[in-house]
Write a protein that binds this ligand. Structure first.
Ligand code: 0PR
Length: 365
């Protein structure tokens, strides 16, 4: 650290210089995050100093977390689900595996995970000493549920299904996985970090949540399609009592035990996540999702006109193409299989799509 503090003016000039190096979201087509909704930013600023790690000091903020969990649990067709606000999909996935592992103490535990799963599951397996069995995908990039079933054995503590895969935006056959989970008496975790805030608002929702009796837990991230500030995730568990297996004693806090992974936890992004849901309501979210899906369709159609075939027709707003190069100035990503990937987040408006297609067309000309 410096010996003497830096004058505020100089400091903030330096900070704005750094901030200018960041890319604006306008040309970012690779992200599952988006600029926070204005009500999220406003709510966040109101709750800056709050810490959900010691909820007795911030009972108003703690009630907002409970309200957020109730809203999301109801959206996922199980109003009585247990839950808490995590730092995002990674923490939710790790915590789901912790619960599943504790439910079934075996000597060499394994988990069965789709080949399309997010890399957070690699971290979870590493931390928890779980062997990862990877189930192959079908031609539509959804997991092959029969292959999942064949990989389950007496040491399988958890099966994972994904609602809105990171790379191709597909929803796995969760209903089939839920049957396998019930038949084989295995915990089923659904990673709906992305799709959890999309699928319920589609014209034709695809079953993926607690409506299916075999689903035990769900990850859903307000900081992705929920347009909240970062960090805001949520882990939901059908049977709230299952959280107690994660409890540790916290003798000197205002609560006597906690089941969360983090200790100190932001209240600001939780207030922000709640604010967006409350402000938009079901109607508002349906409109946002309808816009993103419409833009996805337009992009796919426009790209195919330019000779860039879709890899698959996605279930949610992630479009992928056989196309090697993006025009200068645009950020797209490339999947493990080599497809160009564009996430049609709320900031990727129709105008942005048209501008991207125009640059693609000029590049091909
Ligand atoms: N599960 C799924 C299905 C995800 O897509 C992601 C993240 C996670 C879990 C992990 O969530 P957290 O990152 O909140 O812990 N998916 C994006 C990805 O890895 C995250 C992301 C967001 C990446 C913005 C880049 C970016 O600019 O692609």
């Amino acid at each position: 650290m410096r010996e003497q503090g830096c004058p505020e003016g100089d400091l903030f000039s330096f900070l704005s210089l750094q901030r200018k190096k960041d890319l604006g979201y306008r040309n970012i087509l690779s992200s599952m995050c988006t600029p926070p909704h204005p009500v999220a930013a406003r709510a966040h600023a109101m709750f800056l100093e709050t810490n959900l790690g010691d909820p007795g000091l911030f009972p108003g903020t703690a009630e907002l977390e409970e309200l957020l969990v109730r809203r999301l649990a109801t959206l996922m067709h199980h109003p009585k689900a247990g839950g808490y606000a995590t730092s995002g999909g990674t923490e939710s996935n790790i915590q789901a595996f912790r619960i599943a592992k504790k439910q079934k103490p075996v000597e060499s535990p394994n988990v069965v995970v789709p080949a399309s799963s997010h890399f957070s599951f690699l971290k979870a397996c590493d931390i928890l000493g779980l062997a990862m069995r990877t189930a192959p995908l079908d031609t539509h990039f959804r997991v092959d549920a029969e292959a999942v079933e064949s990989l389950v054995d007496k040491d399988t503590v958890c099966i994972v299904g994904i609602a809105g895969t990171t790379e191709y935006g597909m929803v796995d056959p969760i209903a089939h996985l839920a049957d396998v989970a019930l038949d084989r008496d295995v915990f089923l975790h659904v990673d709906a970090a992305f799709g959890g805030m999309v699928v319920p608002f589609l014209d034709r929702p695809i079953p993926f949540d607690f409506h299916l009796p075999g689903v035990d837990s769900l990850s859903v991230d307000p900081h992705k399609m929920g347009m909240s500030t970062i960090p805001a995730g949520c882990l939901l568990v059908r049977n709230p009592e299952q959280f107690s297996c994660l409890n540790v004693d916290t003798p000197y806090l205002t609560v006597k035990r906690e089941c969360t992974l983090a200790g100190t936890r932001p209240g600001a992004s939780v207030a922000a996540a709640f604010a967006v849901l409350e402000y938009l309501g079901m109607d508002g979210m349906r409109a946002v999702v309808a816009g993103c899906m419409e833009n996805t369709r337009r992009l796919v159609e426009g790209m195919e006109t330019l000779g860039c075939e879709r890899a698959v027709t996605p279930d949610v707003n992630v479009a992928t193409f056989s196309c090697s190069r993006a025009p200068a100035g645009w950020r797209v990503s490339t999947t493990r299989a080599g497809h160009m990937r564009v996430v049609c987040m709320p900031h990727v408006t129709r105008d942005v799509i048209e501008a991207f297609l125009k640059d693609m067309s000029d590049m091909h000309a």
